[in-house]
Design a binder for this molecule. Structure first.
Ligand SMILES: Cc1cc2nc3c(=O)[nH]c(=O)nc-3n(C[C@H](O)[C@H](O)[C@H](O)COP(=O)(O)O)c2cc1C
Length: 192
């Protein structure tokens, strides 16, 4: 089984990536492959509202990397969407990607995949919950089954500013690992 992790950060190897790494550790320990993707390495343009994806299956006239990313996600069993908090929300890069994912919504290509959500913000209550809700809404839209860390949390949220600061947020790193563990548990149930 495989999980595709998508990081919406503009920063290379930042705090969100560290959180993904912790979740990935738990997933790999359970025998699940993880492919980690950073949106900063891909060309993701905003939707132009042509609505051609509604008339022709799996089609978008914008020539960028979105199809490649959605194809990777369609082939995966699980999704791990992660974003730093920008303006109390996910990053513009991640939001643009969410809008373009309508291509996969038409035929519900992500239905019954298992999804985990990660957010990191500099402030304590700096908008992590709101950004997380955007990811959970994306999952609801696509029929993805939401995994949550132990303790009834909605996802793994961290507080960190400069690159590497997240290593001090031990609770966040633990929640990220527990998110990975729960994703693995659900993946095994769904794919039995
Ligand atoms: C444009 C921009 C907007 C931001 N807005 C917020 C915010 O609203 N709330 C918050 O807590 N942190 C905010 N931050 C801080 C980042 O979320 C924080 O530095 C985070 O650790 C970055 O994660 P990364 O290292 O994975 O990129 C913002 C950072 C940038 C660059």
């Amino acid at each position: 089984m495989k999980v595709v992790a998508i990081n919406g950060s503009a920063r290379k190897d930042g705090n969100t990536q560290t959180m993904i790494g912790e979740a990935a550790k738990a997933l790999r320990k359970a025998g699940i492959e993880v492919e980690s993707i950073s949106l900063r390495d891909y060309d993701v343009r905003p939707c132009n509202a042509c609505e051609l994806c509604y008339t022709k299956s799996w089609h978008c006239p914008i020539k960028d990397d979105v199809m490649e990313l959605l194809t990777k996600m369609r082939a995966a069993d699980g999704l791990l969407m992660a974003s730093p908090v920008y303006g109390a929300d996910v990053t513009a890069q991640m939001k643009a990607f969410f809008d373009r994912s309508v291509i996969a919504y038409i035929d519900q290509d992500f239905r019954n995949k298992v999804g985990g959500a990660i957010t990191v913000g500099a402030g304590f209550h700096g908008g992590q919950e709101l950004a997380l809700l955007q990811i959970l809404s994306f999952y609801a839209f696509h029929g993805v089954i939401v995994a949550s860390p132990k303790g009834g949390l909605f996802g793994a949220m961290g507080t960190a500013s400069d690159r590497g600061d997240i290593k001090k947020d031990k609770e966040a790193l633990k929640n990220a690992r527990e998110l990975g563990t729960r994703m693995a548990e659900l993946l095994k149930m769904v794919n039995k």
